[in-house]
Design a protein around this ligand. Structure first.
Ligand SMILES: Nc1ncnc2c1ncn2[C@@H]1O[C@H](COP(=O)(O)OP(=O)(O)OP(=O)(O)O)[C@@H](O)[C@H]1O
Ligand SMILES: [Mg+2]
Length: 318
């Protein structure tokens, strides 16, 4: 493994970050005011989560994000305190607010995703230029949804530019955004099983079917396909092997942020020159540690260190 000095540069793109508000309440009742037992504010959005995860793992990364208005100012304040390196693109409007309600009596969780600000072509082009410059010869993480009005092939454009600059693009997205991004031949994609099913237009009921579809994507130019399968762990199909990582058995408090934690763990280790096996193990340890945390809270490093040894990674002969 490469030491911290020789870690490859990592850039994370976050075009639609948010401030997450989480209320813990006993139970929602229609037409009645309910008083929160707890409320908290966290920076949110998939790219931001990946950035926060990398920071917790001690991996150097720069997050490139769009901020707007007063909510954006609040988000900047939080990110400046929680991330090492952030590059901001200011736009008009307001950064979105996402709301999560946790019902303590039922364990149910409700989530509302807010509407993000409008980003002009010149603004996202500028942010993309900076992102690509940072991750040339490194890893560029492209993740999450885009606000309305942005082109559906923006992630494909990002992947093409990362590749042209000599970097490796990692994409965790879905539907049209993922479909276009695949055409630009990213290094790694991390769909969950349902996202892969939607992509290929058929149910995938066993590992053999998942691996078959992953290989088809490789024939179209994707180097590695990691398919996450919730409590069943994940499959990583690379050019030379098919690896299965079993998720450790952990108490599940909230699965929010599991996918982002998996991406952070894998990218962190790949940037340090680790093997595919170790990268998958790290991704699974990080994501399992995150499901043990409430709401939007991510893994803590000590839990990851403890779980790592419990993750079994095997080579499949499929
Ligand atoms: N119940 C669980 N127990 C242990 N680990 C889990 C559990 N659920 C998820 N994980 C871990 O999190 C990883 C990602 O989960 P999942 O496949 O649900 O991704 P996702 O749907 O992309 O998540 P997200 O909703 O955060 O985007 C899994 O591969 C696994 O390692
Ligand atoms: Mg996901």
């Amino acid at each position: 493994m490469v030491d911290a000095f020789t870690q490859l540069p990592v850039a994370v793109l976050s075009l639609n970050p948010a401030v997450d508000i989480t209320y813990e309440i006993p139970k929602l009742i229609a037409d009645q005011k309910v008083h929160a037992l707890n409320s908290r504010y966290d920076p949110g959005g998939n790219g931001i989560n990946v950035g926060r995860g990398l920071k917790r793992l001690g991996v150097q990364a720069c997050t490139f994000c769009v901020v707007a208005g007063e909510i954006g100012r609040f988000l900047r304040h939080q990110l400046d305190a929680q991330l090492d390196q952030v590059s901001y693109q200011e736009v008009d409007g307001e950064t979105r607010i996402n709301g999560t309600i946790l019902e303590s009596l039922t364990g149910a969780q409700f989530e509302v995703s807010g509407v993000g600000p409008v980003v002009s072509t010149a603004q996202w082009e500028h942010l993309l230029d900076q992102f690509v410059t940072h991750c040339s010869e490194g890893l560029g993480v492209i993740t999450g949804s885009l606000q309305r009005g942005l082109p559906k092939d923006l992630y494909a454009e990002a992947v093409s530019r990362v590749r042209a600059a000599g970097g490796r693009a990692v994409v965790d997205s879905h539907d049209e955004l993922l479909r276009h991004a695949i055409e630009a031949q990213p290094f790694l994609i991390k769909p969950n099983r349902f996202e892969l099913e939607a992509l290929v237009g058929q149910p995938l009921t066993n590992q053999r079917a998942i691996v078959r579809e992953a290989r088809r994507l490789q024939e179209r130019g994707v180097t590695c396909v990691c398919v996450s399968m919730g409590a069943e762990g994940a499959l990583l199909v690379t050019s030379s092997s098919v690896l299965k990582g079993e998720a450790p058995s952990v108490p599940v408090i909230s699965t929010v942020g599991a996918g982002d934690s998996m991406v952070a763990g894998m990218v962190g280790l790949l940037a340090q020159g680790a093997s595919d096996q170790d990268a998958l193990r790290e991704g699974i340890a990080c994501s399992a540690a995150t499901v043990m945390q409430p709401g939007t809270e991510l893994f803590d490093k000590e839990t990851v260190d403890r779980l790592r040894g419990e993750v079994r990674v095997t080579l499949l002969s499929l």
